[in-house]
Design a protein around this ligand. Structure first.
Ligand code: MF3
Ligand code: CO
Length: 274
C-alpha cells in the first residue's frame, strides 16, 4: 500500500502560508466575476495575485496545462481552460480552482461563483455541493477512515438526485500537489484500502466534491466527457456541475481548514467564515 506523508508543525506553518495565497487569490478573482468578463482576464488577475505573493501558479505547465487557474463554466466539471473566446454571461456558474506553490509547499482551493442572476435550481446545486464539503470536513477527523469522506459526500448529494464523477478525486497535498491518498467523492468498496486507512495527526489533504444536477450513467456517479484538448471535463448530459475544495491539516488541536473562506466571504458577503 502506498504511503501517506506526515508533516511537522514547521511544514504546517508553511502550508498555512501557501493556503493563504490561494485564499487571497480567490478573493481577488471574486471581485471581477461578472457578466461580460473574459476568462483570460480572470486567469490574469489570478496569476498576478499569486506572483504578487512571491508564489508560482502550480497548475501552469503541470502536464502541459496552459493557464494559472482552472476556470470551469456551467457543464464543465473541472480543468476548464480559459480560452480567449470565452466570456462570462449572466446566469453562468464558474468554478475557480487555484493551486499555488510557495516555499516548497502547495496551497489548493476551489470555489464556484454565480455570475449575475442564476436560476434557482442551479443556485441550490451550489448550496448543496458546498454543504456536502462541510459535511465531509465534519468526518475528516483523526481516527476516522478516509473512506468516510466519499461516503458522506455521495450520500448527502444522492438525496437530491445529483451525482459525482468517478474519475476526479480529492488528494493528499504538501510538497507535492497531488499526494497519497486519492480521496473519491463516493463510497468505496468495503475491501478498498481507504476503508482501513485512518486519518492521523500530521496528514494534509484536500476534499473537493464535484457534483452535477441529475443522475449519472451509474446512478449516483457519472463519467465525464473530455474535450479534444484533453483537459476540459464536461458532464455527459451537459447539466451544470459545481466544485468546492478545502485544504485541511490534522494537528494536535484537530482538523484545521487552512484555505479559509474568510477573505473570500468578505468579498462575496457570505457568513460561512470557517
Ligand atoms: N485543484 C486541482 C486538483 O486538485 C488542480 C488541477 S491543476 C491542473 O487536481 F494542472 F491539473 F489543471
Ligand atoms: Co485539489
Amino acid at each position: 500500500m502506498s504511503k501517506i506523508a506526515k508533516y511537522t508543525d514547521e511544514d504546517f506553518a508553511k502550508m498555512r502560508e501557501s493556503a493563504k495565497v490561494v485564499a487571497v487569490t480567490l478573493a481577488e478573482v471574486a471581485k471581477v466575476i461578472k457578466p461580460g468578463v473574459p476568462l483570460t482576464y480572470i486567469d490574469q488577475i489570478g496569476e498576478q495575485c499569486i506572483r504578487d505573493h512571491h508564489a508560482t501558479p502550480a497548475c501552469k505547465g503541470y502536464m502541459g496545462y496552459p493557464a494559472a487557474l482552472c476556470l470551469s463554466v456551467n457543464d464543465v466539471v473541472v480543468h476548464g481552460i480559459p480560452y480567449p473566446n470565452l466570456y462570462l454571461r449572466d446566469g453562468d456558474i464558474i468554478s475557480v480552482d487555484c493551486v499555488a506553490l510557495l516555499n516548497g509547499y502547495h496551497g489548493d482551493f476551489c470555489y464556484t461563483f454565480e455570475v449575475g442572476e442564476v436560476d434557482p435550481e442551479t443556485h441550490l446545486l451550489l448550496e448543496r455541493t458546498k454543504e456536502s464539503l462541510y459535511k465531509a470536513i465534519e468526518v475528516a477527523k483523526e481516527g476516522h477512515t478516509f473512506s468516510e469522506i466519499g461516503t458522506t459526500i455521495e450520500q448527502y448529494v444522492a438525496q437530491f438526485d445529483y451525482s459525482v464523477p468517478t474519475e476526479f478525486t480529492g488528494h493528499g497535498i504538501g510538497i507535492g500537489m497531488h499526494e497519497e491518498p486519492s480521496i473519491p467523492n463516493y463510497s468505496v468498496r468495503r475491501f478498498d484500502s481507504l476503508s482501513r486507512t485512518k486519518i492521523e495527526k500530521g496528514m494534509s489533504f484536500c476534499i473537493e466534491p464535484m457534483v452535477k444536477i441529475g443522475k449519472g450513467q451509474f446512478k449516483t456517479r457519472f463519467k465525464s466527457r473530455i474535450d479534444k484538448d484533453e483537459w476540459t471535463a464536461r458532464t455527459p448530459d451537459n447539466k451544470p456541475a459545481a466544485h468546492y475544495e478545502h485544504q485541511l491539516i490534522v494537528t494536535e488541536k484537530g482538523t484545521e481548514i487552512i484555505s479559509s473562506y474568510k477573505l473570500l466571504g468578505e468579498v462575496i458577503g457570505t457568513e460561512e467564515l470557517y
